[in-house]
Design a protein around this ligand. Structure first.
Ligand code: WTA
Length: 668
């Protein structure tokens, strides 16, 4: 209850005490007593026969045809899970629950940022998904053809994804925070045939004319988008939209005229379920392609067991956006495969007020809450007094995802949101892995603030040395790798098997997946993930590539060169810091700075705008011309400079330091 939650001075004292003590947190007896998994036997079972373990989990789903081979690993890294099996993801997320008599169960308590509410039951989903699937078929969409989805957090986004899954059309969802230009690019590279978008989106009380922006981008392109035949438009946020005859159709009209009956067709287990573009170390985002049977098995098992889900009682609240992998797996496929009841919130965490999440937890009696460390840190800044105003006593489990959680934020989450008695699962995974890989099991694991603890049963994660890829001693930092395969593993990079191999398997062979994170295992064997080793920056849990932002910045005509780094940031984990050199004909100015920010917002999205732009006459480069980002990070964070002897012109650094100091004093 609100009354026994710590606030103010008492909270600070307790946080300091726990931090100093380095406390660890075993689950309470009460939690263990009712947990789905309450001892370590599950790891023994999986270690003895990992493939058999995953087969057992796959049998929890309904297959139209059972598989012949549980895992074909004859051609790594192209692993084939449940080969010969046939399945439909939408059937498993919807129909089978309705057939089991759960049609009246709420799938989503949807809450709009304007306080409007919609209750979506499994029967509602069943009806809507069939209509939408037929609507897509009526537009000519065939199995294997890509459908783009660019929608706000409204129930239609889930319906659209499941409709695609129903007819075997891989969806390509683009996060609503991306710009129209980023959407058009993603549609182009994935050869999308149809794009489902909205006339408008609510953004903190205002309405953004989404369709108009998409139109301006697509119609303004030379030759438009050749593959794109139709745009299906959901009417939202009270916005009308320009409609192009023959190309554009309203969602409500198209569904109204569609046949209500659309039986789910079975597809091969490895049929592509979706593409999700994610940032890597190059300027071009990578199309991460996921299959169906393996992915759904991993999504369902992890959602049930990492969060100890009792679907008939729990109310699940994942605060992610559907446009990221966390939303795909833990708003859509995992919870729906498990017939869970979820809360879906349309708006931002601070709109209409900074306590909205707690208000929703109280209102819908959420029992579980899954969010990102950056959001927890924002809530810490807003103060413990805010959540203390709400009754959060329905909560019994908390989760964290997206970046390393600093121990203080973990403890705050534990005390202030969890009231000191909810286990926290710090879940490590990636877009590529499809589902959680390293995490406590809440009824078993002794949680340590800041550590994702152990690989889940059936998962092999190791920390290895850079040179040979051998496991390093405990306590030493190294590279995080995953051995062999797991059900939700990406199938490939869309249309580019070579790049898939080169990106993840060129370092230590085709049976060792290079994660791209540094990590360390402590004496107890618990994993501490440190952060990326490549040029991927994690801003508020949003994955961005420095090259992608650089490429946007140099798109400004006055910019000669740009180097982007991720700078540590108390709030967002990392923040974008750009070193920019202008053409000699241009002088630095606040106007150009604003224009550069605008260019980034247009090319990628507002969330990718640099927090800081540092003007520089020259950048530190090696003799071969490679920018030394390590030195830029040192400068940005005000650290003593590392080794500068390999620089082509060591004097550059002294000059740059002077410029940074001058700019800092100017900015006050
Ligand atoms: C980071 C998000 C530490 C990591 C699901 C990874 C984490 C990248 C954690 C993937 C965690 C995610 N602890 N770091 N619990 N979870 N990361 O693809 O660097 O958006 O490689 O997937 O986020 O980001 P992505």
């Amino acid at each position: 209850m609100a009354a026994d939650r710590l606030v103010g001075e008492a909270l600070e004292v307790e946080l300091e005490r726990l931090l100093e003590e380095g406390a660890s947190f075993p689950p309470s007896q009460e939690f263990v007593g009712s947990a789905l998994i309450s001892d370590t036997a599950v790891w023994d079972r999986a270690d003895a026969d990992p493939v058999g373990f995953w087969e057992e989990q796959a049998r929890e789903l309904v297959w139209a045809k059972p598989w012949d081979t549980a895992l074909d690993d004859s051609n790594p890294p192209f692993y084939d899970w449940f080969k010969g099996g046939e399945i439909n993801a939408s059937y498993n997320c919807v129909d089978r629950h309705v057939e089991a008599g759960l049609g009246d169960r709420v799938a989503f308590h949807w809450h709009g940022e304007d306080n409007s509410q919609r209750t979506i039951t499994y029967s509602d989903l069943h009806r809507e998904v069939q209509l939408a699937a037929n609507a897509l078929k009526d537009l000519g969409v065939k199995p294997g053809e890509v459908v783009g989805i660019y929608l706000p957090m409204i129930p239609e986004v889930v319906v659209a994804m499941l409709a695609c899954a129903r007819i075997g059309a891989p969806h390509n969802v683009v996060f609503g925070g991306f710009s129209a230009q980023a959407v058009a690019e993603r549609m182009e590279v994935s050869d999308a045939k149809v794009l489902i978008t909205a006339s408008g989106a609510r953004r903190k009380g205002k309405a953004a004319p989404v369709k108009e922006q998409v139109d301006a981008e697509i119609n303004g392109r030379d030759g438009g988008l050749p593959s794109l035949e139709h745009i299906l438009v959901v009417k939202h946020a009270g916005q009308d939209a320009p409609m192009l005859d023959g190309r554009d159709v309203w969602w409500h009209e198209q569904l109204q005229s569609a046949d209500p009956d659309c039986p789910a067709e079975p597809f091969d287990a490895d049929h592509p379920l979706f593409i999700l573009y994610s940032s890597g170390s190059t300027a071009k985002p990578k199309g991460i392609l996921h299959g169906t049977g393996g992915y759904l098995t991993g999504a369902a098992w992890t959602h049930k067991h990492v969060f100890d889900l009792k679907a008939d009682k729990d109310v699940w609240f994942c605060s992610a956006d559907v446009g990221w992998i966390t939303g795909h797996t833990y708003i859509v496929y995992g919870p729906l495969a498990n017939a869970a009841t979820s809360i879906m919130y349309e708006g931002a965490p601070d709109y209409p007020h900074q306590g909205i999440w707690w208000e929703l937890i109280e209102k819908y009696k959420a029992t579980m809450f899954y969010t990102a460390p950056t959001a927890i840190r924002a809530c810490m800044k807003w103060g413990a007094e805010l959540p203390a105003k709400y009754d959060l006593s329905s909560l019994r489990l908390l989760g964290s995802v997206g970046e390393p959680i600093n121990p203080k934020a973990w403890l705050w989450y534990h005390l202030v949101i969890g009231g000191g008695n909810c286990p926290i699962v710090d879940t490590w995974w990636q877009t590529e892995t499809g589902h959680i890989m390293i995490s406590p099991l809440p009824g078993v694991t002794n949680a340590k603030p800041g550590s994702a603890t152990r690989p889940l049963p059936g998962i092999r994660a190791e920390v290895v040395d850079e040179a040979e890829g051998n496991e390093v001693e405990r306590g030493r930092q190294g590279l995080l790798v995953l051995r062999g395969s797991w059900p939700g593993m990406l199938k490939t990079l869309y249309g580019d098997d070579e790049l898939f191999i080169q990106t993840y398997f060129s370092r230590f062979g085709k049976e060792t997946y290079l994660v791209g994170d540094a990590a360390r295992q402590d004496a107890d064997g618990d994993m501490w993930v440190i952060g990326r080793i490549d040029d991927v920056v994690n801003v508020s849990g949003h994955r961005l590539s420095t090259a992608e932002v650089e490429s946007a910045i140099v798109g400004h005509p006055a910019v000669a060169e740009a180097a982007v780094i991720g700078q540590s940031d108390e709030q967002s984990g990392q923040a974008i810091c750009a070193f920019v050199t202008l053409e000699s004909s241009h002088a630095t100015s606040d106007e150009i700075m604003a224009e550069i920010n605008q260019v980034v917002a247009d090319r990628i999205g507002k969330f990718a705008r640099p927090k800081r732009i540092i003007w520089s006459d020259d950048l530190p480069k090696t003799r071969s011309g490679k920018i030394m980002r390590r030195l830029l990070r040192d400068i940005a964070e005000g650290r003593a400079l590392g080794d500068v002897t390999t620089l082509r012109d060591p004097a550059v650094m002294a000059e740059l330091e002077k410029q940074v100091a001058a700019q800092a004093s100017e900015e006050g």
